[in-house]
Design a protein around this ligand. Sequence first.
Ligand SMILES: Nc1ncnc2c1ncn2[C@@H]1O[C@H](COP(=O)(O)OP(=O)(O)OP(=O)(O)O)[C@@H](O)[C@H]1O
Ligand SMILES: [Mg+2]
Length: 375
Amino acid sequence: MSKPFVYGTAVFGENFTDREAETKRLKMNFEAGVNTILISPRRTGKTSLVYHAVEQITDPSVKVVMMDIYDCRDEYEFYERFASAVLKGMTTKAEQAMALAKSFLSRLSPKISISPEPSQEFSVSLGIGPKTEKPEEILDLPERIAQKRNLNIVVCIDEFQQVGEFPDSLNFQKKVRGVWQLQKKVSYCLFGSKKHMMDRLFQDRAKPFYHFGDMFFLGTIPREEWVKYIVQRFGTRNMTISEEIAGRLCDKVESYSSYVQQLAWNVMIETEGVVTEQNLESGYELLIRQTSALFVRQLANLTVYQMNYLKALDAGLHTGFASSNILEEYRLGSKSNIARIENVLISKELIEKKEDGVYFADPVFAFWFHREYCK
Ligand SMILES: Nc1ncnc2c1ncn2[C@@H]1O[C@H](COP(=O)(O)OP(=O)(O)OP(=O)(O)O)[C@@H](O)[C@H]1O
Ligand SMILES: [Mg+2]
């Protein structure tokens, strides 16, 4: 039996809901070879959406390569991950991957180890470093394979914001863009959270990846879609939740994808038969307990000024932090301090800037912060 609610990992099948327009757009980009950049706050559903769209591809000439670079610390780790993901994306057989590596990356001595677990794939190690194959050749690997085999390849790179952290990142970005933009049979889907970092890569005219592709921001799943989903999932366990309570469940977490599923699961645990108001409240309290340790850690190294800024936000302020009465009332230091405070809080993903002002990035954090520090 599939789980009624899933959170913390990408979701598939019955646990995936809505996103029809976004799925269609991604699928069309994939099949037409259009580069895509997908940005959203954390745990909104990027990874799930990309996998979902990949499943919908019907054109047999399109091959997809998936990679995640969350732990790559420099360009060489990136090339290693890139080349091995491309090889793995082309075949499920270790010997074939080895043969491909030998014919396309002739200067390397690739090693392929087969995992003892039958369910797991083989792993590829290429030993790429500053003195081995030229980066440009590795970056061109998918194009060379695609040309040779008459395929179209889509390379999906998760947590792409990580490249902004590489040493000498700008040069790396120039190199990558220089190679990728000439490729005819390969397109890229670059996605990640940490909006401020993704914005720095893709929204700045002076940067190599500016205007690299179709850029879209993934918002929340609409409330009515969540309500349908929640009601249906409770139904699979012979439980009932009214549309009204399901709607309020969404409102409590502002329809934030992973929290909706986590809270719904908490509520299900609390419920016998029919969901009551009380079950919703207990489920929410459980959610606060589950998340509070993380929130405590997020606040650990904040300065008094940064804490005071969060308190001002909690009091309902969204703009005008640098005006003298606000600086004084909330003890925020000097006017020039504000930009610094905001930069730190944005990089810690505690706040986000929207068109009309600054907001807490996470609705559950906002609730918890209010309860702990503002009463
Ligand atoms: N389409 C969806 N339908 C139902 N639930 C979803 C959907 N998309 C995301 N979720 C919920 O959000 C959670 C996070 O999804 P996912 O890992 O795809 O997001 P992400 O944006 O890639 O997150 P991260 O920022 O951690 O990489 C899932 O575990 C699930 O609970
Ligand atoms: Mg993800």
